[in-house]
Design a protein around this ligand. Sequence first.
Ligand SMILES: [Zn+2]
Length: 289
Amino acid sequence: MLKVLEVEGAVERIASRWQRTLRPWRYDEERVERVTELRRAEQAAMVEYVITDECRMAYLRRQLDDPAAERCGRCDNCTGRRLSTDLDAAEVEAAVAYLRRSDVVVEPRRRWPVGVREVSGTIDEALRLQPGRALSVYGDGGWGNVVRRSKYQGHRYPDELVAAAAALITRWGPDPAPQWVTYVPSTSSAELVPDFAARLARTMRLPLVDVVRRTRTGRPQKEMENSAQQFRNVFGAFTVRGSVPATPCLLVDDIVDSRWTLTVVGVALREAGSGPVYPFVLAQALSSS
Ligand SMILES: [Zn+2]
């Protein structure tokens, strides 16, 4: 977006920052609508290409304004020869098993966001998260689909996710190993995460220590437009109450997006006396940055 605004002369880059120029600028709604309409027409043409029963080459050439668009005699519609799209069940199963073993690393954030007043520079190493793990990418063919379905239905994360999470953590083997489990209280779907964290703790034979509280209700992180907004939405929104073990901790949440929630809760836990904090989430959002 900033690059576009720069081309239009509305902002300029100064060292590593952006600044508004004095040049007047307004959002060109007409042009945007024109371009959007064009893109919609292109999308419709792509769909049509898939379902058409005319020669596909002729269709493409006509889309490109070729007046001499004739039947190619080679495509599936010309020859009537269809390739099979049936998948070998054993291969599909092997692919899913592969995806389910592909853990996603959740790298700790090392710097506070730029351009907010409350904090700046690097996050004190003693307060930072340890590298964590995600069981899947949200909606992927491994566990991601199971996570999405459960979250959407809002009932309960199934036992197979608890077992898969425990297996991943064993495989991963954080060192020093976490001695207790806690979780991020969510705004929506209130019961999903605590319930999952409790069952995971039981499976791992670790105590669940419920110490993180929300002090205010933020909007869902996915509604925020950028990292600084996501940070503001959660900064100061959590507090830690009760007695916090001084040993390493596993911090559980279901979906990680900007990592600001985990980062901020991690800092609160360390400040309250916790040992190193390892985040674990069921899925990484696709938009993660
Ligand atoms: Zn053809």
